[in-house]
Ligand binder design. Structure first.
Ligand SMILES: [Zn+2]
Length: 333
């Protein structure tokens, strides 16, 4: 049987406790993947996979409804031919699973992960490595003298695996996980192994799933206190900021504009103040619950100087007190 989405070489995926993910080729394989490591964020990388495709419902088989979009090869897991073979149907079946996991919102249990492992015939293996200071770091002379010492002298840290002694103590083990620097190391043989390695990590730490209120892309989170992911905003003028900060800045800009418009209206166009207030809130209120690029742009455009000058600060709308034009005279009659 032809193995689908088979990697040319074994690929190692690591996720460390500082939230950084990396992919690299097996150092022994001599492939050139190891020359170019790929970095990713485990929080957003799976959600981004869904944005490598367009979904149009045309078949009852959901995997048949995906088509790759142009930018798919920019995704860290799909970069270049070195990392994957040709994208086969099983990739799209994996996307269906991801979509279901994201929609579930709740964390994935390890038992549920086991179902996924079997359903997708995953071959991934993993181990958890703890970082500790390498006592032989820099001790070249000593190590040369004592050939039984196997430590490297150039690496500051060394990694050891979980320690099993006498009894299981799950709490103790988990405590260790959270207190010492660690990394999860996965060995992957197919593209699906790479994808679901990240899901395994997220399930292990009981991550929940959410859709960002601003960029509308899926991400993993341990708290629902914030409604935003840590991606850069898709708004073209704010794409140097993360989603939450971009929304904050836009809201502040709009609030400043509103204040100055209202002050100007009060003095010069009193009759219009109420109308403005109503129209403003028509566009501003949806932003409270759905601060999407589209909704934010509506209120940005509405409060834009050119727009306000054109539709609100018009001669014929001026207050009688300050109006010396025809409109004022007409009103006097
Ligand atoms: Zn976002």
């Amino acid at each position: 049987m032809k193995r689908r989405n088979t990697l040319r070489d074994e690929v190692i995926l690591t996720i460390s406790n500082d939230g950084k993910g990396a992919l690299f080729g097996n150092m022994q394989s001599g492939s050139d993947i190891d020359k170019k490591n790929v970095e990713f964020s485990p929080i957003t990388v799976l959600g981004d996979l869904l944005t490598t495709t367009n979904y149009v419902e045309k078949s009852i088989y959901r995997q048949d409804n995906y088509t790759l979009n142009q930018n798919y090869s920019e995704h860290p897991f799909l970069q270049g031919k070195k990392i994957h073979g040709v994208l086969e149907k099983s990739y799209f079946v994996a996307l269906v699973t991801l979509q279901d996991v994201f929609d579930k919102v709740k964390p994935l249990t390890m038992n549920e992960f086991e179902i996924i492992r079997q359903f997708h015939s995953l071959n991934l293996t993993h181990r958890i490595l703890f970082r500790e200071e390498n006592p032989m770091y820099g001790m070249t002379d000593l190590v040369e003298k004592h050939t039984w010492i196997k430590n490297s002298t150039t690496e500051r840290y060394q990694y050891k695996t979980l320690d099993y002694r006498e009894s299981f103590d799950e709490d103790n083990m988990l405590e260790q996980l959270f207190s010492a620097p660690y990394k999860f190391e996965y060995r992957c043989y197919r593209l699906e192994d790479i994808i679901f390695s990240v899901l395994h990590y997220l399930a292990f730490f009981k991550y929940k799933f959410a859709k960002c209120n601003h960029c509308e892309r899926y991400y993993a989170t341990q708290t629902y206190k914030t409604k935003y992911c840590n991606r850069k905003s898709p708004h073209e003028e704010y794409n140097h900021l993360e989603c939450e900060q971009a929304v904050k800045d836009i809201k502040q800009l709009v609030a400043r504009r509103k204040k100055s418009i209202e002050e100007h209206l009060k003095v010069n166009y009193k009759d219009l103040a109420d109308d403005f207030h109503i129209k403003y809130h028509e566009l501003r209120d949806p932003v409270k619950t759905e601060p999407t690029v589209e909704n934010l742009n509506k209120i940005i455009q509405f409060t834009d100087k050119t727009n306000i000058k054109k539709y609100w600060y018009k001669k014929e709308n001026r207050n009688p007190r300050t109006n010396t034009g025809a409109e004022y005279k007409k009103r006097q009659r």
